[in-house]
Design a protein around this ligand. Sequence first.
Ligand SMILES: Cc1cc2nc3c(=O)[nH]c(=O)nc-3n(C[C@H](O)[C@H](O)[C@H](O)COP(=O)(O)OP(=O)(O)OC[C@H]3O[C@@H](n4cnc5c(N)ncnc54)[C@H](O)[C@@H]3O)c2cc1C
Ligand SMILES: NC(=O)c1ccc[n+]([C@@H]2O[C@H](COP(=O)([O-])OP(=O)(O)OC[C@H]3O[C@@H](n4cnc5c(N)ncnc54)[C@H](O)[C@@H]3O)[C@@H](O)[C@H]2O)c1
Length: 510
Amino acid sequence: MSNLIQLQPHDEHNRELEANVHPTTWTNPTSSDPYHLVVIGAGTAGLVAAAGAAGLGARVALIERDLMGGDCLNVGCVPSKGVISSARVAGAIKNASDFSIHVSDGVEVDFAGVMSRMRRLRAKISRNDAAKRFRELGVDVYFGQASFVDSETIDVAGSKLKFKRAVIATGARASAPPIDGLDDVKYLTNESLFSLTELPKRLGIIGAGPIGCEMAQSFVQLGSEVFLVESEHGILTKEDRSAADIVQNAMERAGVKLLCCGRNLQIKNDGGIRLTVDSHGKAYDESVDQLLVAVGRAPNVENLNLEGVGVDYDKKGVKVNDHLQTTNPKIYAAGDICSQYQFTHVADFMARIVIQNALYAVGPFGKKKMSDLVIPWATYTTPEIAHVGMYAKDAKDAGIEIDTYVQPFDEVDRAILEGQDEGFVKVHTKKGTDTIVGATIVAENAGDMISEMTVAITHGLGLSKIGSAIHPYPTQAEAMRKLGDQFNRTRLTPLSKKMLAGLQRFNVGG
Ligand SMILES: Cc1cc2nc3c(=O)[nH]c(=O)nc-3n(C[C@H](O)[C@H](O)[C@H](O)COP(=O)(O)OP(=O)(O)OC[C@H]3O[C@@H](n4cnc5c(N)ncnc54)[C@H](O)[C@@H]3O)c2cc1C
Ligand SMILES: NC(=O)c1ccc[n+]([C@@H]2O[C@H](COP(=O)([O-])OP(=O)(O)OC[C@H]3O[C@@H](n4cnc5c(N)ncnc54)[C@H](O)[C@@H]3O)[C@@H](O)[C@H]2O)c1
């Protein structure tokens, strides 16, 4: 088996994963014909670009240096949500007495079992991204590090592939921040976290973004003592503050020790890992068994010879125009390598734009634009926080006047009955209209609920229309129908009330 950290431990599940996404016996194809499309990187963006183009009849090569499926399958969404699902069960049992259910011996977490379950499910899901499956879809799959030779040739493991168009979909990796002493210890990133087989008794996490928050809450539910260090104030600092505050309270109640506004952070190797930091006027000095660094991503631009083919990039990634074309017109990019929105579903939709623009648009005709995408996202804490469109601040910056409607869940019957009445749905509309420009939801399943708002924004359905669509009772989604009612009530002007009174008198008398 390969020695990649992502494939440890070497058990039956990781053997299945490797057999699917980097088979050791694989022989790269040989082709002297130019490919219509060569895709570098087989994460979500690369897989969607390759499968989509091959399905439409193009001759396609896909190159991966490590594991097909990229971050999402191997060290991102899939394993993190696998761990979260076990942690949520532990959390629910801890809170069982709120429902008058008494679990006599408390929660005993078999962490090795939790991770084994995650690996089993990840291996199952990996069948979708398997090299053999892609070969059957008509894609020539090559393993090896890709590098441009010139504007029509890419080298992979000694083979020279000719291309008409190429896509850079090489993604990003955990960035290593300049933290005093960090290089003196063996720390975890998302690449190594999911290979743990023993629960760290004490876990330090640096960065309270989506990765830090999802993992802090999960590891606390699984039994670790967690110190979450954040340099800004609070958690999930890009989100609506009042929404993030609800999640923060829930995390702190669960036991996460949040050390925000962190200053003078230092890591020391004293045989173990020591973390010292000042937070809100208090100095902390904590020994931890493991340290996870989750402070954002760095683009995988190295060793591609981008300079040689005139593709501009900076520390944020490859530069693209609204059509996802790089500064070399034959070369496109998609996914985390060139996007400020680093999500799997965005990588997927960027790849669709690239297929259209690289292979099927004629001149300016039929070209698709990145700026047309309506992009939702969700962070899978408990409760979840999900967002689409503009925040109030974005609207202000863009000079758009808004009205804001809020439906708290403590007025939604199903949420009350489920004991999930913290949170809200907040919708911003263009002032004086029901045109939705943005929405934030904090709820147990906010990630699922946000799609109703995404569909509404994408297809121009106003809040009034949402109010007139029947939502089953009792569901948490009723919150969105109630927001429609709120909007409709604002239409009841003194004049319309007078007219209704007149119509009523006409029909049934005074
Ligand atoms: C812990 C974690 C949890 C996440 N959870 C979610 C979530 O719940 N929902 C969500 O939407 N997003 C989530 N994300 C983000 C999501 O994983 C990424 O946005 C997504 O994987 C980006 O896909 P991509 O194809 O752009 O890049 P990647 O998945 O990074 O794929 C790039 C591929 O290119 C390969 N490569 C790089 N350089 C070369 C080269 N020179 N030659 C050949 N191959 C190369 C790499 O090995 C890799 O396989 C999470 C991320 C992390 C880290
Ligand atoms: N549910 C999801 O969709 C999901 C889950 C996980 C990750 N992701 C994707 O992965 C990306 C990366 O996630 P992330 O959490 O690593 O990055 P992030 O950039 O979103 O958050 C990093 C956090 O670390 C803080 N930070 C930076 N330097 C620091 C320092 N020296 N000390 C203390 N704190 C510091 C920042 O203020 C920020 O709050 C996300 O932006 C998201 O696109 C998505």
